[in-house]
Design a protein around this ligand. Structure first.
Ligand code: RFL
Ligand code: PHB
Length: 389
């Protein structure tokens, strides 16, 4: 089999790239290890930057997001009992859209079906070959049979645990990593959200986040030690701990219910450079991971796809390869900005086991600066709603 761009991974990066390319007449094949149902059952990100929203509209998949997504022009940071509003609209004239990654992925699959894009689910033993030659190709097995896919380019959109990144020779790859000493326990529940905007809570007992998907679906998180297991946390224990970390007057309005999903995600920052090797281009979590505190993971995947799709379009339509040559450098410049913001908000809002009283005073004064200083508010708002690309 032959295609122009072979895409490994049918998560949001792979699907969005496939859709933008197909709409421009460039042929793709998406190879995904899991079933479509499995991909659509993963509960992940919930906040879309304005750039991601614009890109989804440009890809022609924004209609349901416009109908069902919710525009948020601010969020709250709390410090014990104090609520500090970050007013994005006043600080930088921008907003974010609350619309789940699951819904973005579903819209992309539906749109891909409508144009007959090629997806192969259930592939195993995916391997990349001859990346630094004019004949790159992929081998894989499907239902026990071996297959070969020849292509011009390979997009590695296979997430942090995928095979693409490791196909770049180790001596040409530089990895940067920071592992945080805690994780987030997340609960999805069919209850009205605690508040109309997101609340990020810094509390002596640990961080908590009140988020949402829609008026009858809430997403809540609490910081937990890495040693905790999901089965250690009954729903009742979760609600009690979550309430204790929110300001008392806000927690008084919490409506609890059974969890319909409960999972623990470790927090990690990771960047692998460069994001290109010969015919291979990495996108999204395959190249970088951020802790979820800044809500940047999915949004970085979208900006990578923007740079790569623009480069591929110029290559095929105008025989201009400058965008492909610049891809790694441009994408990484934005990745590092989001790394810094995610690290800053993670450090500001969590309870670190090794923190001294001095470190906690630093968190307090930084939060007070965000509460009172328009320059600090603008910097937060610009980064949260998304730097331009
Ligand atoms: P994905 O979504 O991981 O998709 C990669 C796809 O590649 C497939 N795959 C393979 N396919 C073929 N062959 C192989 N060898 C393969 N290996 C893997 C996988 O099955 C999968 O379908 O990466 P992508 O597309 O780059 O998208 C990135 C986003 O998913 C990610 O940045 C965010 O979801 C990160 N993230 C969060 N971001 C936020 O902004 N807010 C959040 O609340 C948030 N929560 C999360 C998250 C990521 C999590 N992960 C990765 C464990 C919670 C979790 C649990
Ligand atoms: C979510 O709703 O899942 C969510 C929102 C904001 C974050 C992280 C996760 O910073």
């Amino acid at each position: 089999m032959r295609t122009q761009v072979a895409i490994i991974g049918g998560g949001p990066s792979g699907l969005l790239l496939s859709h933008l390319l197909n709409r421009a007449g460039i042929e793709t094949v998406v190879l995904e290890r899991q079933s479509r149902d499995y991909v659509l059952s993963r509960i992940r990100a919930g906040v879309l930057e304005r750039g991601t929203v614009d890109l989804l509209h440009r890809a022609g998949v924004g209609a349901r997001m416009t109908r069902e997504g919710h525009t948020h022009s601010g969020c709250y940071l709390t410090h014990d009992q104090q609520m500090i509003r970050m007013d994005f609209a006043a600080a930088c004239g921008a907003a974010v859209t609350v619309y789940g990654q699951t819904e973005v992925t579903r819209d992309l699959y539906d749109a891909q079906d409508a144009i007959g894009a090629q997806h192969i689910h259930g592939v195993e033993a995916v391997a990349l070959h001859d990346l630094d030659s004019a004949r790159p190709h992929i081998t894989y097995t499907l239902d026990g049979q071996s297959h070969r896919l020849d292509c011009d380019f390979i997009a590695g959109c296979d997430g942090f645990h995928g095979v693409s990144r490791k196909a770049i020779p180790a001596n040409l790859r530089r990895e940067y990593e920071k592992v945080y000493p805690f994780g987030w326990l997340g609960v999805l529940s069919e209850t009205p959200p605690l508040h109309e905007e997101l609340i990020y809570a810094n509390h002596p007992r640990g961080f908590a986040l009140a988020s949402m998907r829609n008026p009858m679906l809430s997403r809540y998180y609490i910081q937990v030690p890495l040693s905790d297991k999901v089965q250690d946390w009954s729903d009742a224990a979760f609600w009690e701990e979550f309430s204790a970390r929110m300001p008392e007057d806000v927690a008084a309005g919490l409506i609890t219910g059974p969890s319909i999903e409960k999972s623990i995600a470790p927090l990690r920052s990771f960047v692998s450079e460069p994001m290109r090797y010969g015919a291979l281009f990495l996108c999204g979590d395959a190249a970088h991971i951020v802790p979820p505190t800044g809500a940047k993971g999915l949004n970085l995947a979208a900006s990578d796809v923007h740079y790569l799709s623009t480069g591929l379009l110029a290559h095929y339509n105008e025989k201009d390869s400058a965008g492909l040559d610049d891809y790694s450098q441009k994408a990484l410049a934005r990745v590092w900005q989001a790394m810094r913001f995610s690290w800053q908000v993670t450090t500001l809002m969590h309870h670190f086991p090794e923190h001294s009283d001095y470190d906690r005073q630093m968190q307090r004064v930084e939060l007070m600066q965000l509460a009172t200083n328009p320059a600090a508010q603008r910097m937060f708002a610009e980064n949260y709603t998304g730097l331009p690309y």
